[in-house]
Design a protein around this ligand. Structure first.
Ligand code: BYC
Length: 330
């Protein structure tokens, strides 16, 4: 097996760059087709590596930025029980970010580089986190809808061809399923409550439904990376397939809650066994991606401030590591 020439830290080692010959590419694809896992030290085409760095880093950034809308409610959770649960959830999201940065680092990039790309605006994070969490019901809707959409997308990633990403996803998915249930439980409590609570739950569903559908990415006809990512078995289902699965699973849950999904065109198709649904506002999606969603500026300003505030921690860690290395060498 040919190794790429990366040392333990993922730095490129001396020697000529591997040639991406047709034979080598075919042998790589054959491993993928045989469902073998590709590991960090294995040879891989540069485009495969690049795609994974793009997707894994975007995923990590989403987990970290995703802490903001929920973190915003930590001091205002309605009971101590709710506060403890929400605190644990937000901490879980930080943990997910760290596993994912770790998986990204196995591809030869550094966490510093990934974070720098987020802060410069070069790397994306999920569109969903550019919407505000205005009421307590939004915390329910995020857990129920956003975590549900995340699970739908992430369960197949547990079978991703790249081993370190696939393994990180196993633990993440287990935790996400608790997150989903806590969100649904908030929605259940509100929808069984008084009129004001029911109204709050409905309002949250109205605002989070369409952005949740957008989480799955552009429609298959506009998704530029899907075909290649599916051939490489990074993605196992297309964006539209996962979106449809999410709708099919979630509409009955909304009915159980006694809430109305805000889509006049939604109807169950007896022939296909799937729900037909209305047109997604793709202009809104692309506007959010371009930085013009309701909270993009605020989310990035908060992240930049947290990064700046953490400078002393990174400096202390570096000094400690240098001292440790010097002591060891002495
Ligand atoms: N938002 O060719 P496509 C969570 C970009 S966090 C922003 O279909 P691909 C949670 C896409 O990057 C959940 N950008 O791309 C945390 C590409 O742009 P570039 C996060 C999006 O990669 C806290 C372009 O559009 N989950 O669970 O094949 C609390 C074309 O798209 C979005 C992940 O990140 C979007 N929604 O498919 C609660 C999962 N959609 O890079 C919960 C891992 C698309 O060419 N990621 N773009 O400039 C994936 O599965 C895939 O990357 C996607 C997109 C399905 C998202």
């Amino acid at each position: 097996m040919y190794t790429q020439g990366l040392d333990q830290q993922g730095n490129k080692t001396e020697g000529p760059e591997p040639v991406e010959s047709a034979e080598r590419l075919a042998a790589f694809q054959a491993r993928i087709d045989d469902e073998e896992k590709i590991e960090a030290k294995d040879w891989m085409p540069e485009a495969y590596r690049k795609t994974l760095v793009r997707q894994i880093s975007q995923h990590a950034h989403s987990e970290i930025i995703g802490m903001q809308p929920e973190g915003n409610w930590l001091t205002r959770a309605p009971t101590l029980r709710r506060k403890v649960i929400l605190l644990a959830k937000v901490q879980d999201e930080a943990g997910h970010g760290l596993y994912l940065y770790g998986a990204g680092e196995t591809l030869g990039t550094s966490r510093d580089q990934m974070v720098a790309d987020l802060l410069s605006g070069k790397a994306k994070y999920s569109s969903i986190f550019n919407y505000p969490a205005i009421t307590w019901a939004d915390i329910g809707a995020i857990g129920w809808l956003v975590d549900s959409a995340a699970i739908m997308n992430q369960i197949p990633l547990c079978r991703c061809s790249y081993g370190p990403y696939a393994r990180a996803m196993v633990r993440i998915c287990k935790e996400e399923s608790f997150h989903q249930r806590q969100g649904f439980e908030i929605m259940l409590t509100l929808s069984r409550g008084n009129d004001a609570q029911k109204e709050m739950a409905q309002d949250a569903l109205n605002r989070w439904w369409w952005p949740s559908l957008m989480m799955f990415g552009p429609s298959d006809t506009d998704s530029k990376h899907s075909a290649q990512s599916m051939a490489w078995k990074i993605k196992r289902f297309s964006n539209d397939e996962l979106r449809q699965k999410f709708i099919d699973v979630t509409v009955p849950q909304a009915e159980f809650l006694g809430l109305r999904v805000p889509d006049d065109d939604l109807e169950f198709d007896q022939e296909t066994g799937h729900y037909n649904f209305g047109e997604i506002n793709w202009q809104e999606f692309y506007d959010v991606l371009a930085g013009n969603g309701p909270c993009n500026t605020q989310r990035m300003a908060n992240r930049q401030k947290a990064h700046d505030d953490g400078a002393w921690v990174r400096e202390a860690a570096r000094a400690y590591a240098a001292k440790h290395a010097a002591d060891k060498a002495a």
